[in-house]
Structure formats: C-alpha cells, structure tokens
Design a protein around this ligand. Structure first.
Ligand code: MSP
Length: 529
C-alpha cells in the first residue's frame, strides 16, 4: 500500500485482568475489529490497539489472594484475554499491556512534563477512608447520615498526594465538546459529559502512596508514590501508537480516529480526564469516542456473584467465531443496552445466517453447477433487458457504507441483508429451476444466474467485516479466493462471466436448544429420488 494512504488509529478499552474475560469484553473488541476491517477494505492503513490494564489495587489484591507476585498473576490472566481475542478473530496490530517497559516510560515522561509545567501539585488530603474499599470517601457518600455497609470501617484520614489541575480546563473542555459534534458518538452521550461539566470540576488525585499500593508505575518526581491506575491506563492509547517497527522505523499513529469504549467509562475517564490530559500535554485529541451500551443476560446485569456472566468461549467453540460475531454486532444497537439470551441467539442464527444467507449461497452455487456446469453464464443485455433486474441493488451497498461510516454496525448488517433477501426473493419470483427445463428460456436463465452469482459475490464483501470466515468460505465455493474484495462493479452481473465456480457445501447447520443448551443438530442428507 502506498505510504501516503491515510492511517486510521482505532483502540478499545483495555480490560482489567482481575477477572475472566466475558461477553462485554468480547463484544467491544469485535465491534472495533469490524470497524478496523471495514476501514482496511476502504483502503485505510489501519492501526488497531487492544489489550489489558494490569496495574492497581484490585490486581494487587487478586494476586495476593493467590499468593503469587502481581506480575506472575498478570502474565497468566492476560493470556486468557489474548486467547479470547485471537479465537474470535480480532486483528489487532499491538497487544497492549500496561506493564510494558515502553509504556511505563511514556507514562513517567508525561507525568514529568505536566509536573514541570506546574499542572501537578502536592497537597494534604484530609477526609475519610474506607478500609474495606481502600478508597477515600466523603460526606456525600453517606446514606441517611451513615456510611453504607459496603465501605466497612471508615476512618478519618490525612495523606499528602499529588493532584492534576483538571479544574483549570473545565471551560475549555465544555467548549470543545460543544464545538466538536463528532467527539462523542452516539450524539445523546454528549449530554453525559456536558452534565458532568455543569458542576465545579475537582482536581484529580493521580498518586497513591507506595505504603498502600506497590503495584503501579512510580511517579518520576517522587518515588514514594505510584501512579493512579486511570492516569496510567489512558496513556496506553498514545504509548502503543508510537514506537519503532520491526525494521527499526519509527511510527506515530496518534491522534486516534476512534476510541471504542463502554458507557460506564465515558464519564469521567474518557470524556473528562483524557481530553484534559492531552490538552495539557499539548497533544491532539482523539477524533471520536464511540460509546457502546451494556450487555445484559436475559434482562439482568451480569455479575460474578449472580453467576450469570456469559462466557463467550463456550459459544465460540460450539458455533464458531463468525456466528458469535454476527450475533453480538447484529443484536446491539450502538449506544443502547442489549440482551443476551440463548433463544434470541438461536433464532437469529437460524433465520438470518442459515435460512437466508446459507440458503441463498447454496441455491446459487447449486443451480450454476446443475444448469450451467459450474460456469457463470454470459447473457445478452440487448435481448433480455437488464433493467428489469431487481438485484441491481446499489442502494444496499450505499446504505451499508453510510452505516459503517457512522459506526452503525447493526444497521450495516441489515443493509447487507437487504441484498441477501433480494437474492432469495429474485429466485422465488423468477423460478430459474423451472425455467431451466424450457430450452426457449435459456437466455433468461443465463441472465438470472449471472445476476445471482454477482449478488453473492457482492454479499461476500458486505459481510466480510463481521463474518470474515464465512465470506472466505463462500468465496471458496465461488472459486474467488484470490479475487480482491471490492463491491464496485462497473457492469453489474458481468464481472464473473465465464468464471468457473466451485462446489456447494452447507455453511450453517441448524441449531436447536436441547435440554436448555443451544447445540448444532446434524441434518440428515436427503437421498436423491
Ligand atoms: N481498565 C478499564 C478501562 C481502561 S481504558 C484506558 C476498564 N476495564 S473493564 O475490564 O472493567 O472494562 C473494559 C471494557 O469492557 C469497558 O469499555 C466496559 O464498558 C466494557 N464492559 C464491561 N462489562 C460490560 C458489559 N456487560 N457490556 C458491555 N461492555 C461492558 O474499565
């Protein structure tokens, strides 16, 4: 690809390693991967970051519980997150770990720069501290004048700490958000940030004394403290976007085009701390924070204590990465919450993947094999009249592109499915399987089959960001493995003329819920009469 190709930096939140990866983590990485694949398809030089957030109190505690060193604990758990990302086809360029020495050096250099500029100051905090939660609490946290049970013992507390002057930039940030519509998507989420900026913004405590927390990055100007985990984690977006490649060439992809995050970490970290940190450092801001909603399990919040956390591994190993990618991206509308249920999973799979997409491909590949010995026919435009063909469906392609340009992945899939549905409808309406018996209709059959082949080819392009494995499998059936993925086709229906295709094979076996568990049911092959 030529060097001048514009680059596209996309990132996900980095996951805490104190638990196991779940549906919410997997979804976010898939969403980002779909966008990354679409941008690559559109010719952008994509740089994609995802990974894990390894420092902080919770990780230190989890490691202690297991009686292992925090680094050892992180090494083990991060491997589970990475294995999940790999198993579901996340094509990241760098796997982020905040214990990486290069990252630590960048965090320290940012802190030093801010300290030198007078953006960071030392102050004694006087207030209350929850021993159980290991956090500062204020009078505002009281419920009916009492400390809530979850805080355990609350004691008066005095501690000097370092603070970052967020308050200085409150007005600037407000104006920035107002002036940049694309900064927070979907648009209704901007309100969350603007509301937070209605209240006076307190400065941010960015240090933790080492006496209380060892597992962090020491402050460069006072080694008695480590860095607050959010200040450390956010910096990953810059520290991993810059570096030296395998050939020793320096690269710098910053600023990000899009940070994909969940709604719980918009305010304050990504919507307030991060833009202010960057601005104070004199660095450009990311173009967009793309904020997705939460996955619920059959209407309930997923939590370890309820034991209802959806483990993506089981679905991926039973039904394949593509099926899982399809379900989550089709089901969740960006910004809204979505519900995971086995019934919905099975229904969407059987209707859209198996009955609609699977059937279309199977019918088209089978008919071309049966009626034209596997060769896509040439048709005569003058005699059969190309205008009647409903499959000249550029609308779906335009709709798909517009949706993906706005990161509306579910809508993009629905647009792609318009083409799938149009293909099936065309077969119903024109009945090529009947026409094939009539020698006088040979020209018409040529036209129909050529247009169907072309439609399936286009569909492979439209589904490829979400269903890369399926797109490739269909292309194998069409014998198009080496043909570039491009939707454009100057002469619709003719690009495959005289192309020899491959053999049909079933793409999606039916799934049923048996004894409460979704599973593949083998179809008995029909014996031909
Ligand atoms: N480590 C921080 C992020 C630092 S980014 C510089 C963190 N980690 S997390 O593991 O708690 O969450 C990681 C991402 O997963 C967040 O974007 C969060 O919104 C997302 N999800 C966690 N649970 C989720 C659901 N149930 N549903 C959808 N996504 C959710 O926060």
């Amino acid at each position: 690809m030529p060097l001048e190709t514009p680059s596209f930096l996309i990132t996900t939140a980095i996951d805490y390693v104190n638990g196991q990866p779940h549906l919410g983590h997997a979804y976010e990485k898939i969403l980002a991967d779909v966008i990354a694949r679409y941008k690559r398809l559109s010719g952008r030089r994509v740089f994609f970051l995802t990974g894990v957030d390894e420092h902080g109190q919770k990780v230190q505690q989890s490691a202690q519980k297991e009686g292992v060193a925090p680094q050892q604990f992180c090494d083990r758990v991060q491997a589970d997150f990475r294995a999940l990302a790999d198993s579901v086809g996340i094509g990241y360029d760098r796997w982020v770990r905040t214990t990486d020495p290069h990252h630590k050096a960048v965090v320290r250099s940012f802190l030093q720069q801010l300290y030198d500029k007078g953006e960071i100051y030392l102050q004694e905090y006087e207030g209350f501290y929850s021993v159980r939660q290991e956090q500062f609490v204020t009078e505002k946290d009281k419920v009916d004048g009492e400390w809530p049970e979850i805080f355990g013992e609350v004691v008066p507390f005095k501690e000097p700490n370092y603070y970052f002057r967020l308050s200085r930039y409150q007005e600037w940030l407000k104006q920035y958000v107002l002036d940049h519509e694309e900064f927070i998507l979907p648009a209704f989420r901007r309100r969350d940030v603007l509301n937070a900026l209605e209240q006076p913004l307190p400065d941010l405590c960015i240090s933790r004394p080492r006496a209380r927390l060892e597992w962090g990055i020491p402050l460069p100007f006072d080694e008695q403290y480590v860095t607050y985990v959010w200040f450390d984690a956010l910096v990953n977006y810059v520290s991993f976007a810059r570096g030296t490649d395998a050939n020793g060439q320096p690269f710098d992809y910053w600023p990000a085009d899009v940070h994909v995050i969940g709604k719980d970490i918009l305010v304050p970290p990504h919507g307030v701390y991060w833009p202010i940190m960057l601005h104070a450092l004199g660095l450009p801001l990311p173009r967009t924070l793309l904020v997705h909603g939460w996955w619920l399990n059959s209407g309930a919040k997923m939590s370890k204590s309820k034991g209802n956390v959806v483990d993506p591994k089981a679905y991926i190993s039973a039904f394949g990465a593509d099926t899982f990618r399809f379900f989550v991206t089709r089901e969740m509308v960006i910004g809204q919450d979505a519900d995971f249920s086995d019934q919905r999973f099975v229904d969407l799979y059987n209707s859209e993947l198996r009955n609609q997409l699977g059937n279309l491909v199977n019918r088209v590949v089978s008919m071309i094999n049966r009626y034209r010995e596997g060769v896509v026919p040439v048709y005569d435009t003058a005699t059969v009249g190309v205008q009647e063909v409903p499959l000249r469906n550029n609308e779906a392609v335009d709709g798909w592109r517009a949706a993906l340009d706005n990161y509306q992945v579910s809508t993009a899939l629905q647009e792609a499915w318009k083409l799938v549905q149009a293909g099936n409808l065309y077969i119903e309406e024109t009945q090529p399987f009947k026409l094939a018996k009539d020698p006088a209709a040979a020209g018409r059959v040529d036209l129909i089959l050529a247009h169907l082949a072309e439609t399936v080819r286009r569909i492979t392009v439209l589904i490829s960001p979400v269903l890369p494995g399926t797109a490739a499998a269909i292309r194998t059936q069409l014998n198009l493995a080496d043909v570039p993925y491009a939707v454009e086709d100057a002469l619709f229906g003719k690009s495959l003329a005289l192309h020899k295709i491959g053999e049909p094979s079933i793409l999606f076996q039916p799934i049923e819920i048996v004894d409460g568990v979704p599973q593949i049911v083998e179809v008995k092959k029909k014996v031909k009469a």
